[in-house]
Design a binder for this molecule. Structure first.
Ligand code: NAI
Length: 252
């Protein structure tokens, strides 16, 4: 079965697409022939990415400036995007410090980006899907820190746990509108968010605790991502797929 086949011609909006996993997901769906809207704060990066997405096979590409924490910005981006079929809530930031070193504005930024952002985009898209009667698909990017904790990311872990519970709650409420809401929980993959950490002794020690003894590559997520975004998961909602080299089952 070609998991990406049903995405051809569909309109996929990816938040936080200016780097890392978001950029990867945008390229992945472009290769499937999806129409893609990439949305993030760094406009110049999106313009470069747009050209690449067209080369990869996307028949229609839009780049939109978007701050997921800002209700006005979200509303404007959804209006500019037009009818979308798949929303990928990927934008996220981390705290990266022990709890007692986290100022309140950093706490707010992490919760606003990782949770309020998912809320604003999801409710905005769902209103349009409910009103049009056409339904839609949401893929929330959670984390293995939705399930377990490690040091120095307390707000991130709490916000990602909340994303999972929100995934379940929205799936329950919106199934009647033909809207499916699922989550993908990646383990550690080196991106702008964390690559410095994996150069440190603590980072190297962490990699050794992953049962499969390596970090993930963005491509390790492709199967689960395409499953959740496309029609192969037509009867799945309110669930989460973990892709982590076994990290969640590491020995306590
Ligand atoms: P990244 O830092 O490369 O990407 C995050 C993206 O979100 C960036 O493009 C950034 O500009 C964007 N962003 C941040 N705040 C924003 C805002 N207010 N409005 C719009 N865009 C905003 O990091 P990465 O790793 O690609 O992260 C993508 C998602 O994957 C995040 O939700 C992250 O929590 C999640 N994740 C990453 C893992 C990893 O090991 N890299 C593991 C598990 C989850």
């Amino acid at each position: 079965m070609d998991l990406g086949a049903s995405l051809a011609g569909r309109h996929v909006l990816v938040t936080g697409a200016s780097s890392g996993l978001g950029e990867h997901f945008a390229k992945l769906v472009a290769r499937c022939g999806a129409r893609v809207t990439v949305a993030a704060r760094r406009r110049e990066r999106l313009d470069e990415l747009s050209a690449t997405l067209a080369e990869l096979g996307s028949p229609e590409v839009r780049a939109l400036e978007l701050d997921v924490t800002d209700a006005g910005s979200v509303e404007a981006a959804l209006a500019a995007a037009g009818r979308i079929d798949v929303l990928v809530n990927n934008a996220g930031i981390s705290d990266g410090r022990p709890a007692l070193d986290i100022p309140l504005d950093l706490y707010d930024a992490v919760v606003d980006t990782n949770l309020r952002g998912v809320w604003l985009l999801s409710t905005g898209a769902a209103r349009a899907w409910r009103d049009s009667g056409q339904g839609g698909v949401i893929v929330n990017i959670a984390s293995i820190l939705s399930f377990r904790v490690t040091g120095a990311v307390p707000v991130y872990a709490a916000s990602k746990a909340a994303v999972l519970q929100l995934t379940s709650a929205l799936a329950l409420e919106w199934a009647r509108y033909g809207i499916r809401v699922n989550a993908l929980a990646p383990g550690y993959i080196a991106t702008e968010m964390n690559s410095e950490f994996f150069e440190t002794d603590a980072g190297k020690a962490m990699i050794k605790r992953i049962p499969m003894r390596r970090l993930g590559n963005p491509t390790d997520l492709d199967g689960a991502f395409l499953l959740l975004a496309g029609d192969a998961s037509a009867w799945m909602t309110g669930t989460c797929i973990t892709v982590d080299g076994g990290h969640l089952v590491s020995s306590l």
